[in-house]
Design a binder for this molecule. Structure first.
Ligand SMILES: Cc1cc2nc3c(=O)[nH]c(=O)nc-3n(C[C@H](O)[C@H](O)[C@H](O)COP(=O)(O)OP(=O)(O)OC[C@H]3O[C@@H](n4cnc5c(N)ncnc54)[C@H](O)[C@@H]3O)c2cc1C
Length: 318
């Protein structure tokens, strides 16, 4: 029997593993994809807004030449940390259920069954995209994940959203020769866009290099065109690809299936903010999964502390 089973091998799952290792507890990290799967699926060109020391886990220095690391720097760092500490990682294995009986958890995965005294759920929010719920969304040309701008050269691209991801996609694909139209629900580019990127997009819109429709929504997608609902009425424009950068959300069905209580408005899971223990004794939450629909509240920088909070609570109770 394990002391702890950690679900999710993202940065925070690894941080929990390092803290458990330091405390001499037995544990396994079960990850449904590759190591730091979410980061692996980020755009290849992505640069973190955090400086490298703010992404460090387990006190291991994250040394980079530039102060803001790239996705590739982060992959190198987390892989080195995991391998050099011999963290027990079972990759490409999905946890499908967690049940508790007489204070012991039975964890079922796609490959095995485990028993553990405690479970840490650090499953993030990057697996499920927020849908547009419009006709044509199922077409293969509609993407919720973006890897690289080169693919979109000379293509007519509609980018939906005004978050950092949307604005990065708009600027990058424009600079690789795409014809870009932004569809933005609000009246302006979001204030949350990185302060060094916001003037760039505002100026590209002003000079007309990137078209933008504000107070607008994408209304329908067809093979060769899209409809945009603007304040002046519906307009139809020719289109090759739609980048629906409308955000992601935690797997609420999975949390509910396990018995974690979620708030009614924003699906925020119930947990004790001092210990991270949920309404289920011995089942803890760590990392960005804690935010419910407010996925912008938690990131690596401010959630890596969950690891020590959880392990301290476990040690105190044992
Ligand atoms: C584009 C982008 C840029 C960002 N930039 C920054 C930044 O600059 N600074 C910062 O601090 N944060 C940033 N964030 C936020 C932060 O990097 C991520 O949300 C981070 O991945 C959170 O770590 P995590 O370990 O909580 O979750 P994740 O990294 O998402 O890890 C969760 C893991 O759980 C796995 N998993 C899910 N369900 C199961 C299951 N049932 N069984 C087994 N495994 C499962 C997933 O495959 C995944 O690997 C950014 C996020 C995005 C999307």
């Amino acid at each position: 029997m394990l002391d702890i089973l950690i679900i999710g091998g993202g940065p925070i799952g690894l941080a929990c593993g390092l803290a458990a290792q330091k405390a001499g507890l037995s544990f396994v990290i079960v990850e449904k994809g590759c190591l730091v799967n979410s980061l692996y699926n980020y755009p290849s060109t992505m640069t973190f807004f955090s400086t490298s020391e703010k992404l460090e886990i387990g006190g291991v220095p994250f040394v980079t030449v530039h102060n803001k690391p790239t996705r590739n720097d982060a992959l190198e760092y987390y892989r080195r940390v995991a391998l050099s500490n011999n963290l027990p990682l079972n990759l490409f294995e999905e946890v499908t259920n967690v049940k508790s009986e007489n204070g012991i958890y039975t964890i079922t995965t796609s490959k095995a069954t485990y028993q553990a005294k405690r479970v840490i759920l650090s499953t993030g929010f990057y697996d499920i995209a927020v849908n547009l719920d419009i006709p044509g969304e199922e077409l293969p040309k509609v993407k919720h994940y973006y890897q690289d701008p080169h693919f979109y050269t000379l293509q007519k691209v509609v980018v939906v959203g005004s978050s950092n991801s949307a604005i990065d996609v708009a600027l990058e694909t424009y600079r690789k020769g795409a014809e870009v139209t932004l569809v933005i629900r609000g009246a302006e580019v979001s204030n949350r866009v990185k302060y060094w990127v916001r003037p760039d997009i505002i100026n590209r819109i002003k000079e007309g290099s990137i078209k933008a429709h504000f107070n607008s929504n994408l209304d329908a997608v067809r093979e060769r065109e899209v409809d945009i609902k603007t304040p002046e009425g519906i307009i139809t424009i020719p289109n090759d690809y739609v980048m629906a950068m409308t955000g992601y959300k935690p797997n609420f069905n999975f949390l509910k299936k396990l018995g974690i209580i979620l708030s009614e408005d924003k699906f925020v899971p119930q947990y004790n903010p001092e210990t991270m223990e949920t309404n289920l004794p011995g089942l803890y939450l760590a990392g960005v999964v804690c935010g419910g629909l407010d996925t912008h509240l938690w990131f690596i920088e401010n959630s890596r502390i969950h690891a020590d909070m959880i392990i301290n609570d476990i040690i105190t109770k044992d």
